[in-house]
Every structure is written in structure tokens, then in C-alpha cells.
Design a protein around this ligand. Structure first.
Ligand code: NAP
Length: 270
């Protein structure tokens, strides 16, 4: 298995998957390769020729890889982005496991989220998966996307508008207070000590989900916990998306607890 992206040096995926292969005695290996956009097609064809069972794909290739796959799951098609390739009989099948990775840690909160508003900070690739998951999987009433560049949020709302009610905002106020779920899908909080929103808008009925997993405990999660909100960090999503890819490649359940321990050790070394 291979991770294709640029950059890939920070990724925990090789450690998690290789530990899983070893724990389950599978004769497989997971490598990470930085691939420039112009070389993606050659890389994907080369992996096929080498007999690779699958790949993960990350920034900046999540959209482009769809054109290189023979088919794609409904989720990857609806999102226009894939993070997983699975070897089929005659070509690659593309999937987007970020959606299931995002949703799984919210399973016990589903009844609190159904029919309620969600606010997403950021409008990049991860935000797209969050918006899709909130509307299609969690049954949110609507999702408000807050981005520093309004045009980026508007493009997201345009592209995914067919799946549900997506609103665009440039400032955070009533939308945060009214939301049942607040999601950070920006890199803010990744070692900069900052929060992506004015934390005085948070209250104890919020579920606050920070996609950032480096550090595992972000300033946003700290503030939300202090206020008494429920919190979810980015690590469960990272492990959830890895588990969903792994199952498709190997037909086995991912040893999630082993992976979580390895990830926490790696993150504590940062
Ligand atoms: P991306 O495509 O680059 O999008 C990042 C978004 O955040 C963009 O809207 C960007 O706006 C915005 N942003 C960046 N810096 C900002 C700042 N200082 N203030 C306000 N907005 C800012 O990245 P992504 O793939 O969506 O990833 C976003 C975050 O989620 C990253 O931290 C990533 O590590 C995390 N993530 C976690 C998981 C997981 O499994 N836990 C999975 C995917 C992503 P501009 O375009 O204007 O910069």
C-alpha cells in the first residue's frame, strides 16, 4: 500500500498500517511517497503495474485521482474527491473513507444531531467530507460553512448543494450558538496555540469536533471541555478512515486500539 500526496512526511498512516499488518501477520507494507501533481497519473498506473493492492491519496490529489480510477463509490462521486484506491479486477475503485471516519466517533450522539444545524469552520477538502457526512449520514437540518475566503465556501456550497441545505457565512456569531455540532476543519490549533473561533460563543450543549489531531488535545478542545461541551478530537477520525481503507484492502478488521496507542506515542514525541 502507498500514500500518494505532497507533502506526506508528517503522515501517521505508514506507522498505523504497518503496525496493523504486523499485528495480523500480513505480508504487506505501507509506504508514503511525495508525488507532484504532474506525476500522479504515472504513479497510479505504476502502482497498478506493480500489483499494489491499494493506496491512500491525500492533498493535493484527492480530486484528480477520481479521473484515474475505473469506478468510484457513490460517496466519492458525490464529494468529487477520494482518499482510497482499492484494486479491482481491471482497474482501481476509488472511495472516500474520510466520511465514515468522521461519522463513526459521533455514533453515540446521532439522536442529538438529527434535524439540527451544524457549523463547519474551513472550506477545504476535509470540510467537504464533513458537510456531506453531516447532511447525508447525520441528517443535519442544514450546515453553515464559515471560511476566511467567502468564494471558497460558496464553491463548496455550489458543488454539494444538491445533497442538502448548505449556507455560507463569513463571520461566526448566531450560527455557532445555534449549532448542535461545531467542527473545526481548518489547521488552526496545529501547534500554534490558537483557536479557530471565539470560544465565548461555545456552550455546554455543543458537541465540538476538532479535526486537527496534532496535537491530540488542541486549544479548541481545551476551551470546549472547560465550558462543559462534549468534545471529539481528530485522532478517532484518523483511525476511522484508516480502518475503513484497511478493511477494503485486506478484508480484515483494523486493530484500532493498537493503532491508537501507536498514534498517541508518535504524537507525544512531537
Ligand atoms: P485544506 O484543503 O488545505 O483546507 C483548509 C481550510 O482551512 C481552507 O478553507 C483554508 O482556507 C482554511 N484555513 C487555513 N488556515 C487558516 C487560518 N489560519 N484561518 C482560517 N482558515 C484557515 O485542508 P484539509 O485537508 O481540509 O484539512 C484541514 C484540517 O483538517 C487539517 O488540519 C488536517 O490535518 C485536518 N484533517 C484531519 C483529518 C483526520 O483524520 N483527523 C482528516 C483530514 C483533515 P484557505 O484556503 O484560505 O487557506
Amino acid at each position: 500500500m502507498v500514500l500518494l500526496g505532497d507533502p506526506v512526511g508528517h503522515s501517521l498512516s505508514p506507522q498505523l498500517h504497518n503496525a496493523a499488518f504486523q499485528a495480523q501477520g500480513l505480508d504487506l507494507v505501507y509506504l508514503a511517497h511525495a508525488v507532484e501533481p504532474g506525476a500522479l497519473a504515472d504513479a497510479v498506473r505504476g502502482l497498478w503495474a506493480l500489483g499494489a493492492q491499494g493506496a491512500n491519496v491525500t492533498i493535493p490529489h484527492k480530486r484528480a485521482v477520481l479521473d484515474l480510477a475505473e469506478g468510484a463509490t457513490a460517496t466519492a462521486q458525490a464529494l468529487g474527491a477520494a482518499n482510497t484506491l482499492v484494486r479491482g479486477a481491471s482497474g482501481w475503485r476509488a472511495d472516500n473513507t474520510d466520511v465514515v471516519g468522521f461519522v463513526r466517533p459521533l455514533d453515540s450522539y446521532r439522536s442529538r444531531l438529527s434535524g439540527r444545524p451544524v457549523i463547519v469552520l474551513g472550506a477545504g477538502g476535509a470540510a467537504r467530507a464533513v458537510v456531506y457526512a453531516s447532511l447525508v449520514e447525520l441528517g443535519a437540518s442544514h450546515v453553515t460553512v464559515v471560511a476566511r475566503r467567502r468564494e471558497q465556501a460558496a464553491a463548496l456550497a455550489d458543488d454539494l448543494g444538491a445533497i442538502g441545505d448548505i449556507r455560507v457565512a463569513t463571520s461566526q456569531g448566531a450560527e455557532v450558538r445555534d449549532a448542535a455540532l461545531v467542527v473545526n476543519a481548518t489547521p488552526v490549533g496545529m501547534g500554534d496555540g490558537r483557536t479557530p473561533l471565539d470560544v465565548s460563543l461555545l456552550h455546554d450543549r455543543h458537541i465540538v469536533y476538532d479535526l486537527v489531531y496534532r496535537p491530540a488535545q488542541t486549544p479548541l478542545l481545551d476551551a470546549a471541555e472547560t465550558i462543559g461541551a462534549m468534545t471529539v478530537g481528530g485522532l478517532p477520525m484518523l483511525i476511522g478512515q484508516a480502518a475503513a481503507s484497511y478493511r477494503q484492502w485486506t478484508g480484515r478488521d483494523f486493530p484500532a486500539e493498537t493503532a491508537r496507542r501507536i498514534a498517541l506515542t508518535a504524537l507525544s514525541d512531537d
